[in-house]
Design a protein around this ligand. Structure first.
Ligand code: ZN
Length: 190
């Protein structure tokens, strides 16, 4: 049986997120608007123009709260995982999706520094995934084997994997720039 919690070196950037990029703040703001008027380091409610699109729903193995189209997309991604890697599906959990706050970056000494910009979680288009209740350690340039397997499914559906952020964040998946623009073009975000 595969040890999904085995720590492996983070994959080379060229081998993941092929053709995908993290959505720009300017794109998020122009498509959905600003989630709140102010941010701290803690989760606060989304009060911006798209708050009516925020839903809490089951995506199969767990419930999450985010933009309706993104929550539906996660449920569809996980249908494939359930079919092909059922024992990985069985240990999936989440540490949260929608959360309006500033970016948090783990420093080398283990402390958390707040960035100046809001996190992409503020738009409810990003999710942090747990395996067997455990969170991958941010910034150690390693990742759980199970997250690498899962990333294939998220990437195929047009979601960006945070493993290639300047500070490695392998628990994190978010709707990629091109996917967000396509949803907008297709009228899914009107
Ligand atoms: Zn995250």
């Amino acid at each position: 049986m595969t040890d999904y919690l085995e720590l492996i070196p983070k994959p080379a950037a060229s081998t993941v997120n092929v053709g995908l990029s993290s959505p720009k703040l300017s794109t998020l703001r122009s498509i959905l608007g600003e989630p709140r008027s102010d941010y701290t380091g803690s989760c606060q409610p989304i009060t911006g123009p798209f708050k009516k699109r925020i839903v809490t729903k089951s995506v199969g193995p767990f419930k999450c709260t985010g933009v309706d189209v993104a929550v539906t997309a996660i449920a569809e991604i996980l249908v494939g995982v359930k079919k092909e890697v059922p024992d990985l599906y069985d240990i999936l959990g989440t540490a949260g999706m929608a959360c309006a706050r500033k970016v948090k970056i783990k420093q080398k000494n283990g402390t958390i520094k707040l960035g100046k910009n809001p996190s992409n979680h503020s738009w409810g288009l990003a999710i942090d995934i747990k395996l067997k209740g455990a969170l991958d350690n941010q910034g150690d340039n390693k990742c759980y084997r199970g997250l690498l397997i899962l990333s294939r499914y998220f990437n195929a559906a047009g979601w960006y994997w945070g493993v290639s952020f300047p500070t490695e964040d392998a628990m994190h998946f978010e709707v990629a720039e091109t996917t967000l623009r396509r949803w907008k073009k297709d009228g899914k975000l009107d």
